[in-house]
Design a protein. Structure first.
Length: 197
């Protein structure tokens, strides 16, 4: 796997990964550790269905982000998502002790726009430019343009994995930080759509 950093700044980074990952659509699977991936759900023009995706059940902010991506008339769609709590093993006194890691995989609905990695890099830049820094919440974004194994049978397509991490000195603080960042990214998607119309 070759990961190349395209651009980075305070609290964010954009990378390109040339190793093929997800195939769309995909089916649910239970992993060896018992974790379950519920499979691809087509939310295009049905954003309300995000309320029923188990991976989103603990985060209203992430749910809103997925809804924003899939709203009626949006040029974007989501192809996967997840989130979970992780400890910060080497936390020093006063630093965050845990974080919520999450991702939402985003593509253009028009498959031809996903054929050029630069289109997804530019999307990442536009979305990041529309998210304001917060003085109350500690979060960051890692955007990864990934090659797909297939996109409805089409080879040579890319997706944008929007990884959002919210940090805190408690689980509640970490979830609050994640939700704040995800709500901000949802607003950025809605602004992007208005700019694209």
């Amino acid at each position: 796997m070759t990961m190349t950093t395209v651009e980075e700044g305070p609290g964010w980074r954009i990378d390109e990964d040339d190793h093929p990952h997800t195939v769309v659509p995909y089916y649910g699977v239970v992993h060896e550790d018992g974790a379950r991936n519920h499979g691809f759900v087509d939310l295009r023009d049905q954003p309300e269905l995000a309320e029923h995706i188990p991976e989103l059940s603990r985060s209203p902010g992430l749910t809103d982000f997925v809804k924003a991506v899939n709203e009626r008339g949006s040029p974007l769609m989501s192809i996967g998502c997840d989130c979970g709590l992780f400890p910060v093993d080497d936390a020093r006194p006063g630093e965050p002790t845990c974080y919520i890691g999450s991702y939402v995989d985003v593509t253009f609905r028009d498959a031809s726009r996903n054929a050029v990695a630069t289109n997804l890099v530019n999307l990442a830049k536009v979305l990041l430019a529309r998210v304001a820094v917060s003085q109350q919440h500690h979060f960051n974004f890692h955007m990864i343009v990934e090659r797909l194994k297939g996109f409805w049978g089409l080879p040579g397509r890319y997706s944008l994995m929007v990884k959002t991490c919210g940090f805190g000195r408690s689980e509640e603080n970490a979830w609050d930080a994640l939700d704040h960042a995800a709500f901000a990214m949802a607003a950025a998607c809605r602004n992007y759509r208005r700019g694209a119309e």
